[in-house]
Design a protein around this ligand. Structure first.
Ligand code: SF4
Ligand code: SF4
Length: 182
């Protein structure tokens, strides 16, 4: 132990430094929000409770049961059960999300080729049992009606998720003409 370290130990320098930080915060103004009376404005594009997009033409889910979202989910919390319909098309019998296991990475939303799944900006949900957070297809469709009304859902996809055609445009290098002056 050198002389400096010895002095620090004798005079509790590190402890005093820590206390100085504590006292500084004791006199600085508080920035605590008094939730729930004081709430933050909803953050557009925030990742909250899940919803299944309702197709306005049919009133049913847009989901076709391809299972890509479930395959991408790192928490394995999406469960899809399908059967074959009369016209040999896949029918989504059950679509369930175990919300308590979700880490809100939104990989499911990114993976969906149909824009059939969203994470809404609704974050205020609580409950007393795990079962309350096992969201069925009907509950997820209800979430769409409740938390993505009107144009909100469309805006969500336009702004945050829909791949823009310009992002996928092929970049073409300009071709120099033969004999052109440089
Ligand atoms: S947000 Fe992530 S963890 Fe949650 S359901 Fe989607 S893929 Fe799974
Ligand atoms: S990726 Fe989209 S269409 Fe496919 S099962 Fe998931 S939500 Fe449905």
């Amino acid at each position: 132990m050198n002389f400096n370290e010895l002095i620090k130990k004798i005079f509790f320098v590190e402890i005093l430094k820590g206390l100085a930080v504590t006292f500084k915060h004791m006199v600085s103004p508080s920035i605590t929000r008094q939730y729930p009376t004081e709430k933050r404005e909803p953050v557009p594009g925030a990742r909250g409770l899940h919803a299944l997009v309702r197709n306005p033409a049919t009133g049913q889910e847009k989901c076709v049961g391809c299972g890509l979202c479930a395959a991408m989910c790192p928490s394995q919390c999406i469960h899809i059960y399908t059967s074959e319909g009369d016209d040999h098309k896949k029918v989504v019998d059950r679509y369930e999300v175990e919300v308590l296991r979700c880490v809100y990475c939104a990989l499911c939303v990114e993976a969906c080729p149909y824009g059939a799944l969203v994470l809404t900006d609704h974050y205020e949900y609580a409950g007393y049992t795990r079962e309350e957070f096992y969201y069925t297809k009907e509950m997820l469709l209800d979430n769409w009606d409740k938390y993505m009304p009107g144009e909100k859902g469309l805006e969500y996809f336009e702004k945050f998720w829909r791949p823009k055609s310009k992002d996928f445009a092929v970049h073409v290098e300009p071709v120099e003409k033969e004999g052109a002056e440089k």
